[in-house]
Design a protein around this ligand. Structure first.
Ligand code: GTP
Ligand code: K
Ligand code: MG
Length: 514
């Protein structure tokens, strides 16, 4: 009689719960029969959190769509090994986690499909924690659809839904929620800074930090509860409550610092707003076209050319940016241009970084002076806290300086010289932009892990609010409750006790095969 639970071979058919079966048990991987069991009571046990439709084995193309050198098709679930045997027409599974060359053929017609590399990952040592197989096939559309069709014909297999592989990995504890979000961001990362941030989150840095904070709260809670239960006894250490209080207050400071940084991680994820502004004809549209390397806006010697706000996503020095070209700021013009000026001012208010542009050969003009006295001076007067707007003053048309006009005087605020025509000064501008954007978005390679989503910010704020109640409470039962609420927010941030809705929102971002 074997008392210990035996993990059944993946090939073993799923049994109805608590019904005696008469299986021929085999050891995993090798396939050799070791026991001839007279009877066994086989029960199905669910593993971890419920996964919608788990139990089924899923398959999907995991590499990109379209013609490519190699395409990767993945399966996950208990029938993975069975599917691999059927497609390779072999009784043996290849050695675990080693690439093996096999001929794949259609199980129905026997027709060869491709000579492919196959990888067998028996659970739980796999991406999803379940038995997984990877087929690395030649990337032609006919091969890919042939293999997908063959897998679809294997009983117990069905096509995966979007994000289902990652969802199973989450359900089996292979990834926590912030890591899942990091993975989603990594798949969608378009710039270098986004990739670095996503990779740090996938590595679990944010989750790690939250777990540390939650632990501090658990300890404090234990101390408070001990005091409630044994407060009158002599055998409780002196100063238990005071010690807990010191730790909780330190935590409050750390959380506050993190929250002040909150918008930066989100900007890095979704793009910083950079708005180009200045008087008419300063060369704003020329700069937007130069930075985006495409003719986004019309450039012409006629002042008042740009009227609408024209926005274009660009990668500036590795940071994702939404760059807006706007109408030149001036008064006393027709109604259409006036509407353009109104829109320009509105967009200016949403800017994380303002690129203020003047014609260097025209600094004495009323429009230039007015612009310096209003827009540039007002942003410069803001307190230099992280939430305020930043501004770079660019004096364009430097190529005209030697021939016309005297150039910038000594009372001109800090600025950069540029010529959109010759390209002189562009490298300096890009370097200045990189520094400004690092301040706006946060530098993902250094510093603490950033909060990349509104959800993170919400839970940290919730935790901080609960700690506010903690400080105000005189009654120990209320103190304990406030600590419990605070800790709940931190666990929900990493997906402990996560609700289905959050999961649905996060996994919706994934594509099929991920
Ligand atoms: N010499 C010189 N001319 C430039 C430079 N940059 C732009 N220009 C010219 O200046 C004129 C105005 O350029 P735009 O880019 O349309 O200026 P803008 O600020 O967008 O103008 P509005 O949209 O009308 O407000 C065009 O004739 C450009 O060719 C430069 O660096 N040097
Ligand atoms: K113009
Ligand atoms: Mg323009």
């Amino acid at each position: 009689i074997v008392h210990s639970p035996i993990r059944l071979h993946p090939c073993f058919p799923l049994v109805p719960a608590s019904e005696p079966q008469f299986p021929h048990l085999r050891t995993p991987d090798s396939g050799d029969a070791v026991w001839n069991v007279r009877w066994a009571l086989c029960t199905r046990r669910s593993s971890g959190a419920p996964v919608p439709g788990s139990g089924a084995t899923i398959f999907a193309l995991s590499s990109g769509q379209g013609r490519c050198g190699v395409a990767v098709i993945r399966t996950s679930g208990p029938a993975s090994g069975h599917a691999l045997r059927i497609l390779t027409a072999s009784g043996d599974l290849p050695p675990a986690r080693h690439a093996s060359l096999r001929l794949l053929s259609d199980p129905r017609s026997g027709e060869p499909l491709d000579r492919a590399l196959v990888l067998w990952f028996p659970g739980p040592k796999s991406f999803t924690g379940e038995d997984c197989v990877e087929f690395h096939v030649h990337g032609g559309p006919a091969v890919v659809s042939g293999v997908l069709q063959a897998l679809g014909n294997v009983p117990g297999l069905r096509p995966a839904e979007a994000g289902e592989f990652t969802r199973r990995a989450f359900a089996h504890g292979k990834l926590n929620l912030t890591e899942v979000e990091g993975l989603a961001d990594l798949i969608h990362a378009e710039t270098e800074a986004q990739r670095r941030q996503a990779l740090r989150q996938l590595d679990g840095e944010l989750g790690h930090l939250c777990r540390g904070w939650a632990e501090t709260l658990t300890k404090a809670l234990a101390h408070v509860e001990a005091y409630i239960d044994f407060g009158e006894d002599d055998n409780l250490e002196e100063g238990v409550l005071e010690q807990a209080d010191i730790e909780v207050r330190a935590l409050e400071v750390a959380l506050g610092a993190h929250l002040r940084d909150a918008r930066r991680g989100q900007r890095l994820r979704s793009g910083a707003h950079v708005v180009v502004t200045g008087p008419p004809n300063a060369g704003k549209s020329s700069l937007v076209n130069l930075l985006s390397r495409k003719p986004v806006s019309i450039v012409s010697p006629e002042p008042g050319t740009t009227r609408d706000v024209l926005e274009t996503p660009v990668d500036l020095a590795g940071f994702p940016v939404l760059l807006s070209d706007t109408a030149g700021l001036r008064e006393g013009v027709g109604p259409v241009e006036q509407e353009g000026v109104r829109r320009a001012r509105e967009r200016l208010e949403q800017a994380d970084l303002i690129l203020a542009m003047l014609d260097a050969s025209d600094l004495a003009s009323p429009s230039s002076c007015n612009f310096l006295a209003t827009v540039v001076a007002s942003v410069g007067a803001q307190s230099p806290s992280s939430s305020s707007q930043r501004l770079l003053l660019v004096l364009n048309k430097s190529d005209l300086l030697s021939t016309e006009g005297p150039g910038p005087g000594p009372d001109m605020p800090p600025h950069l010289l540029l010529s959109c025509v010759t390209g002189e000064g562009l490298d300096g501008l890009l370097e200045a932009l990189r520094k400004e954007l690092a301040a706006v978005c946060g530098d993902p390679s250094t510093g603490p892990p950033l909060l990349t989503r509104a959800r993170h910010q919400h839970h940290l704020q919730g935790c901080l609010d609960a700690l506010g109640h903690y400080k105000q409470s005189k009654d120990l039962a209320l103190v304990a409750e406030a600590l419990r609420v605070a800790r709940g927010h931190l666990t929900r941030l990493t997906g402990g006790g996560g609700t289905e809705e959050i999961l649905d929102i996060i996994f919706r971002d994934f594509c099929v095969g991920k």
